[in-house]
Ligand binder design. Structure first.
Ligand code: NAD
Length: 443
């Protein structure tokens, strides 16, 4: 099938590459001319495991194309995906200007019926807005053409996006027109062979499903962080508690890791957006408000530990920082805990020597102007001459470091571990002072 994808970000690019991989002819449209040009030259704008060869192979085969020409994109296919960003407005509600801009563009150039599939995460009622914008634009053009608007929220995880799109756990389709489902079934057939993963529902339910999923996951994290704060005050170890509750199959081990707060482009903005949606209809979402507050507070956990150990004034101190991305296997630093940590330490006068396996370019882009930040080529180099180590991201290769080298490299053997990577007793025996999250016994 022919498919057009508007928006070549984490979602659009991965989805487009995966659709091309199974044989569809995919044309990607973006307003960012540099991104399009780079992609044509084989430069992939984001880090995602497996994405670079997938994009390159499919681009070379001619099944995956990139352009800034929206008219060409609209003409290319009956199926038009919207995969543009929906960033938070000042008040936390989702900004729909990119989504409605694409809707307008499609209606402006279409000369035949279209199926518009919204993959962006959008508040309930957005499909109606898309329909309205398209209807008005067609009316202004003085022509009548039919179109369907379908909600097909994306559930990929950054860091495993290619695998998630290749083998989705579910494909949620929201539609008010049963006739529009058949082309979507055909499109997703290659991903739906083992068993039927397609869950068809009305549009509003599909739109809410995406927010409900992210808010549930964020709730699990904030719940565990609240427990970790209690554990710390009560002299319990949250890691023992985690294993204790995870063993209950009704709870399970997934997504109950305590830490220095969730980040990324999805959880923070989606929790906030659902809070705003609720408030707009006169409902106080107390649980979601608490989820957000706990998370905002949790990001100050590590700076608080640093202050407890070194005092308020950090002038003359240097900290090694391992992990800048909001989670492992991505270069995405949107809303990352590392940013709060760095900004707090800088405000107290400290310098930072930072290392991340993938997010160095992104850090350079955001903070490259700062003289109190040094980007280091290895995690060992970051330790050299630093007063202590702070860990913000649980990258695999941070889990078993050379502790002897660490001890001889640091001025004082102190670790602030925002992801509970190490065993506090073992580190204590090696002569480290270790601050973990919710590990009362060792702090
Ligand atoms: P992104 O910011 O990485 O990419 C968005 C792209 O859209 C950019 O390249 C931008 O230039 C382009 N764009 C903006 N306006 C355009 C227009 N008028 N025409 C064509 N292109 C345009 O965003 P993302 O992380 O891929 O997220 C996209 C949507 O998917 C969001 O709603 C997000 O909440 C949702 N989502 C994201 C993830 C994730 O892990 N990143 C997962 C699931 C869902």
């Amino acid at each position: 099938m022919k498919v057009t994808v508007f928006g070549i970000g984490y979602v659009g690019l991965v989805q487009a590459a995966v659709l091309a991989e199974v044989g569809h002819e995919v044309l990607c449209i973006d307003v960012d001319a540099k991104k399009v040009e780079n992609l044509k030259n084989g430069q992939i704008p984001i880090f995602e495991p497996g994405l670079t060869p997938l994009v390159k192979q499919n681009y070379e085969s001619g099944r995956l194309k990139f352009s800034i020409d929206a008219e060409e994109g609209v003409a290319h296919a009956q199926v038009q995906f919207i995969a543009v960003g929906t960033p938070p407005e000042e008040d936390g509600s989702a900004d729909l200007k990119y989504v409605t801009a694409v809707a307008r563009t499609i209606a402006q150039y279409m000369t035949s019926p279209k199926i518009v599939i919204d993959k962006s995460t959008v508040p309930v009622g957005t499909a109606d807005k898309v329909r309205q914008v398209m209807g008005q634009t067609l009316q202004q053009r003085g022509i009548k053409l039919s179109f369907d608007v379908i909600s097909n929220p994306e559930f990929l995880k950054e860091g495993a996006a290619v695998a998630d799109c290749m083998r989705p756990e579910r494909i949620v389709i929201g539609t008010d027109n049963p006739d529009a489902i058949e082309p979507i079934r055909e499109l997703y057939e290659p991903f739906n062979r083992n068993h039927d993963r397609m869950i068809v529902m009305d549009i509003r339910s599909a739109e809410l499903t995406k927010y409900a999923a992210n808010c549930m996951l964020a709730t699990k994290i904030s719940f565990m962080n609240e427990m970790s704060n209690l554990a710390e005050l009560l002299g319990a170890d949250i890691e023992k508690v985690r294993q204790g509750i995870g063993s209950d199959s009704r709870i399970g081990y997934h997504f109950i890791y305590p830490g220095c707060g969730y980040g990324g482009s999805c959880f923070p903005k989606d929790v906030q957006a659902l809070i705003r949606t609720s408030e707009q209809i006169g409902y106080q979402p107390k649980l979601l408000q608490a989820v957000e507050q706990v998370n905002a507070q949790q990001k100050y956990k590590l700076p608080t530990f640093v202050e407890r150990h070194f005092g308020k004034n950090l002038a003359g101190k240097t900290f090694a920082l391992w992990g800048l991305s909001f989670k492992p296997n991505t270069d995405d630093m949107r809303e990352a805990s590392s940013r709060v940590l760095m900004e707090q330490l800088w405000a107290a006068g400290a310098k930072i020597k930072a290392y991340d396996p993938e997010a160095m370019n992104e850090t350079q882009r955001i903070y490259g102007h700062r003289s109190d930040l040094e980007l280091m080529g290895t995690k060992e180099a970051a330790l050299q001459g630093a007063d202590a180590l702070v860990i913000c991201t649980e990258w695999q290769n941070f889990r078993a470091p050379d502790f002897d080298l660490m001890k001889s490299s640091l001025k004082s053997p102190v670790i602030f571990d925002g992801r509970n990577l190490f065993d506090p007793d073992r580190l204590e025996k090696r002569g480290f002072t270790y601050y973990g999250i919710g590990r009362g016994a060792s702090v």
